[in-house]
Design a binder for this molecule. Structure first.
Ligand code: ADP
Ligand code: MG
Length: 627
């Protein structure tokens, strides 16, 4: 799971010509754009000097507002103001239920898998909303730097799956950006800190943003980062702190009605302001006036700590799990890098410091660190550093496999393989005369298809019929540098080909990935047993089918009624054993059926030989066997 450094050929440009490329941190809550200027990576401000662009888009009467303007109107126009759209990226309509209780949006009901939010300017998808954010950042870059933009590196959470990455790329394309690379956020943070030139050892990257939490355990060795494990929670962040504080305010105020969505927004806004102030002071006073609601009071840092501690504990548990996955003791962690605005909260810093038993690194602004790392990477990819060109390679988070007979999974690319990667494996047909093959692409660590996530299905059709096992179908899995998968299948003899870009319309959450990984460890022995059982069941099926086909063609001619009976009994026993779950009894039933059929098989062989000789060299042998 290494971040290897390799040079990319054909990227060198004339040394005097600096090609403009930017790094974009497209966050759930906040987004930033950064670029390398005069050798230094810096985030770019808007015309008011603001570096951080809130990831909020409002579809107003006659224009689209992005950022602070949209935030200001969120309270009065909640249903046309889209926040946290990143949570919807790459999600199917069917995933929305899990997205939470108090969504103020009205989702358009449509046939399409992609959910759309109803606004006064029509129905919009998450990709379109994100594109508005990216457009704003792109324009900012062009305005500030006044140059042509070669492209952008856009960061995504480490656990963004294929669909979510694809959606991010689509948004960039829609915004007119050339995507040089999607880069994992923790990887970008590591680059920003230039840790490759630091002391070698284990580094933990703790990223707590507004809506997501990511933990990555890296090992730095000989200037190369190896990612030992990653984990996190895609539904945990500073927003949840705001929720807890807003709930607390509501409780304190004694307000006993269901709050309207605009009151919820107002409370969230005030809660967030209080929380952010508490990074610097011990106590804040809060005063809220709205229609039908009024409250004044104060909140202390220690009161807030009590409210948010359960959530911080959740992140610590994920850290513990990631260390365990990486097989690293907490004492072996050399540095802890803090990323994300929520790591400004002192309680977070303290609890993380306590867990890792050292002071976390906070020297680079935790809001900007990801964008800065992305800018450094963009600069390299744009070809501005021909001498020192490095490409950071990420890894795939879950194994990619193919369904084989019996609902089993054959892994083609295993988890933690650095990308880009291409791997091929040959498969063959199961039945005589087969001219098509179904390819089912799955993701996960378990042995059975049912326990993994289905990514795509396609069919390879129209190759010439062969006897079972003679066709050679080469299936190739290719994952590009952005983590996107293409699968192709080719029948080697005929050259018939089919392929599919895997763009699933739904996504896996971090929690699902973690659960799948945990399950695969918990179930490793079960799975093994299950696999052996399935294999025997498939074998039994094959034996029965072959027998039935044979009996059909010449059973009556070659077997006496009694022999037919014996074979039928043995067959019956195998059918029964196959329906059960005892691998050994299936095995022995297969053996028994085989021995019951031994004579029959021999007779068939003779007949076949005779038939084969007919019309060929019959004369030569005629005297031997025939009367
Ligand atoms: P994301 O990566 O999800 O876009 P960011 O890293 O920009 O998020 O972090 C946004 C979160 O950081 C918000 O929840 C915001 O309230 C929080 N935040 C920003 N400044 C502070 C602060 N001074 N104290 C506590 N939280 C803060
Ligand atoms: Mg972030």
């Amino acid at each position: 799971m290494a971040l290897l450094q390799i040079s990319e050929p054909g990227q060198t440009t004339a040394p005097h010509q600096h090609r403009l490329a930017v790094g974009i941190d497209l966050g759930t809550t906040n987004s930033l754009v950064a670029s390398v200027r005069s050798g230094e990576a810096q985030t770019l401000p808007d015309s008011h000097g603001r570096h951080i662009l809130p990831s909020v888009v409002r579809y107003a009467e006659d224009n689209i507002e992005v950022g602070d303007a949209a935030v200001e109107h969120a309270v009065v126009d909640p249903s046309n103001t889209i926040v946290s759209v990143k949570r919807l990226m790459g999600r199917a309509a069917s995933d929305l239920k899990s997205l939470g209780k108090s969504s103020p949006y009205i989702f358009a009901t449509s046939e399409s898998m992609v959910p759309k939010i109803q606004t006064r300017s029509g129905d919009v998808s998450a990709v379109e909303v994100s594109a508005e954010i990216l457009k704003t950042l792109k324009n900012r870059a062009v305005d500030t730097l006044g140059d042509e933009l070669v492209g952008a590196v856009i960061t995504v959470p480490a656990y963004f799956d294929d669909a979510q990455r694809q959606a991010t790329k689509d948004a960039a394309r829609l915004a007119g950006l050339n995507v040089l690379r999607l880069l994992n956020e923790p990887t970008a943070a590591a680059v920003a800190y230039g840790l490759d030139s630091g002391q070698e050892g284990i580094i933990a990257i703790y990223d707590l943003g507004g809506g997501t939490f990511d933990i990555s355990i890296l090992r730095l060795r000989k200037g190369v980062f190896e990612v030992l494990s990653t984990g996190g929670d895609s539904a945990l962040g500073g927003d949840d702190f705001d929720h807890a504080i807003a709930d607390w305010i509501l409780q304190q105020s004694g307000y006993n009605q269901e709050p309207s969505s605009s009151l919820v927004r107002l409370l969230m806004k005030e809660a967030r302001a209080a929380k952010e102030q508490l990074a610097a002071v011990d106590v804040v006073s809060i005063s809220i006036e709205a229609d039908n609601f009024s409250w004044q009071g104060s909140l202390s840092a220690s009161q807030m700590r009590e409210l948010i501690e359960p959530m911080i504990k959740k992140t610590i548990m994920a850290c513990r799990r990631s260390l365990r996955d990486a097989d690293i003791a907490v004492e072996d962690v050399l540095e802890v890098v803090m990323v994300g605005g929520s790591t400004r909260t002192l309680a977070v810093r303290e609890m993380v410091g306590e867990f890792f038993q050292r002071d976390p690194l906070v020297s680079i602004d935790p809001d900007k660190v990801v964008a800065i790392g992305a800018a450094l990477q963009a600069d390299v990819l744009a070809g501005n550093k021909p001498d020192n060109a490095m490409l950071l390679l990420d890894v795939i988070p879950l194994s990619l496999g193919i369904e084989t007979m019996g609902g089993l999974v054959e892994k083609i690319i295993s988890r933690n393989t650095p990308i880009p990667v291409a791997k091929a494996q040959d498969f063959t047909t199961y039945k005589d005369g087969q001219t098509a093959m179904a390819v089912h692409v799955v993701q996960g660590e378990r042995e059975l298809v049912d326990d993994c996530r289905s990514l795509a299905r396609f069919e390879l059709r129209g190759f010439p019929p062969h006897v079972a096992g003679a066709a050679r179908i080469r299936v190739t899995y290719q994952v590009d540098a952005d983590g996107l998968l293409t699968v192709s299948a080719r029948e080697q003899n005929s050259g018939v080909e089919a392929s599919v870009d895997v763009k699933p319309s739904y996504g896996l959450t971090d929690t699902e990935i973690e659960t799948m990984l945990r399950d695969s460890m918990d179930h490793a022995t079960d799975d093994m047993r299950m696999r052996m059982l399935r294999e025997q069941q498939v074998e039994a099926e094959r034996v029965i089918e072959a027998l039935d086909a044979a009996l059909q063609s010449d059973g009556k001619e070659l077997l006496s009624v009694q022999e037919q009976d014996t074979i039928a009994q043995a067959r019956e026993q195998l059918v029964n054993a196959k329906a059960g779950d005892d691998t050994e009894s299936i095995k022995s039933a297969i053996k028994q059926l085989e021995s019951a059929c031994a004579d029959y098989v021999a007779r068939r062989m003779n007949t076949n030989i005779r038939n084969a000789m007919q019309g060929h060299t019959v004369d030569e042998y005629a005297g031997n066997d025939q009367e």
